[in-house]
Design a protein around this ligand. Structure first.
Ligand SMILES: NC(=O)CC[C@H](N)C(=O)O
Length: 385
């Protein structure tokens, strides 16, 4: 039997639908993602912590879920909002239905929602704080009032430091390379890991997606992943060939520990590469400002221009904050811009081997047009030797 669910937004909008995940209540910032595939990667992307995601593609769950397509150990999003959950999940890799997956991880989901209407609200008014009530929580005359109160009680992501919350607690090595059909993920630990992977990269984990680590590992990097609050001195003592700054949830501005550590690392000549939150933190550490966007960028179809070559790439995106191009100091150069809204998408230091990208070159899900940035980082490490 279908169980009821309610989605409420801080602006007063209320949507009635069907519960497809766990029962109970959840709140977060509601954002829309325009990717047509990759719901499992999106749900497990730690950057979605404290966000409720609605997918604009109408049929979600068709291929079920499997143990491989995860970007972290568990679902990170606070909830899922979709139009239509198909009755049948089918794929040669399907191990579980989306609905069972949500329930098994105690995550709320709501289906049968007019996601076009919802997305238009988010597009016009900006990301909204919201809440989902599901199952018996969504029953009773006061259910709508309770949903609205829960939506309005969410404090919003501005000023929220979540990188240190989702980061790993202790350092670890990463030995998994990219996925291929038939063999799955490559084990790159190898008989002689050092010869095959000549570059030691220390990756700051602000909420990293696994595919970033896999793409670095497949390009000859031995990876040590360290907690977000690891002091620069500890990282430098590991004698890395390069330092990577990961993606992650929340507002970059309150991450003072990360900004300080990056500034200390930038005093050396070690190559630095940042993605998404890592990009925003590199900007802040270099003296630029960041700001909260309206509805942000979440999808796998975003055109971004390389300002040096004029080339346009279709990219994967997931961010609600951005580095402000108008605030770039003299030693920071804009390298990429969004063709959707003109916002800054890439920067590089003119005085250091350091650069970063706002979107997701690791895709997962999405196109791989920007994957040459991983090769650029490896080239920088090679040149420094
Ligand atoms: N994917 C990310 O790293 C997101 C960065 C940051 N939390 C933002 O929303 O802009």
């Amino acid at each position: 039997m279908n169980k009821p669910a309610i989605l409420a937004l801080e602006d007063g909008s209320v949507f009635h639908g069907t519960a497809i995940g766990a029962d109970g209540q959840t709140s977060g910032e509601v954002v829309f993602n325009t990717a047509m595939t990759g719901y499992q990667e999106i749900l497990t992307d730690p950057s979605y912590t404290r966000q409720i995601v609605t997918l604009t593609y109408p049929h979600i769950g068709n291929t079920g879920v499997n143990a491989e397509d995860v970007e972290s150990g568990a679902i990170a999003a606070s909830g899922l909002v979709i139009r239509d959950l198909p009755l049948l999940a089918s794929s040669f890799r399907c191990e579980q239905t989306l609905s069972d997956y949500l329930k098994s991880q105690n995550v709320l989901g709501i289906a049968d929602i007019d996601t076009r209407r919802l997305t238009r609200i988010l597009r016009d008014k900006g990301a909204q704080n919201g809440a989902i009530l599901a199952g018996s929580d969504a029953e009773g005359d006061d259910a709508v009032d309770r949903a609205l109160a829960a939506a309005r009680a969410f404090p919003g992501l501005k000023g929220m430091d979540l990188a240190k919350v989702v980061s790993c607690q202790t350092p670890y090595e990463w030995n998994e390379g990219e996925w291929t059909l038939g063999t799955g993920y490559a084990d790159v630990s190898g008989p002689d890991g050092k010869a095959e992977r000549p570059f030691h990269v220390v990756a700051y984990d602000y909420g990293t997606k696994r595919n970033i680590l896999r793409m670095l590992a497949s390009r000859g990097c031995r990876l040590t992943v360290v907690p977000a609050q690891t002091p620069a001195a500890e990282v430098l003592a590991m004698n890395p060939d390069g330092v990577f700054l990961a993606n992650g949830p929340g507002d970059p501005e309150p991450c003072d520990y990360a900004i300080k550590a990056i500034q200390e690392i930038l005093e050396t000549t070690i190559p630095v590469f940042g993605i998404c939150l890592g990009h925003q933190l590199l900007a802040l550490a270099s003296g630029a400002r960041t700001m909260k966007m309206g509805h942000g960028h979440h999808g796998a179809n975003h055109p971004v221009q390389d300002l040096d070559t004029g080339k346009v790439m279709i990219t994967s995106q997931n961010h609600g904050f951005a580095a402000d191009e108008a605030s770039l100091p003299a030693n920071l150069r804009a390298t990429h811009r969004s063709l959707f809204d003109g916002t800054l998408q890439g920067i590089e230091r003119t005085d250091r081997p350091a650069f970063s990208f706002q979107g997701h070159p690791e895709a997962s899900p999405g196109p791989r047009d920007v994957s040459p940035l991983f090769d650029r980082f490896v080239t920088m490490m090679k040149e420094r030797r």
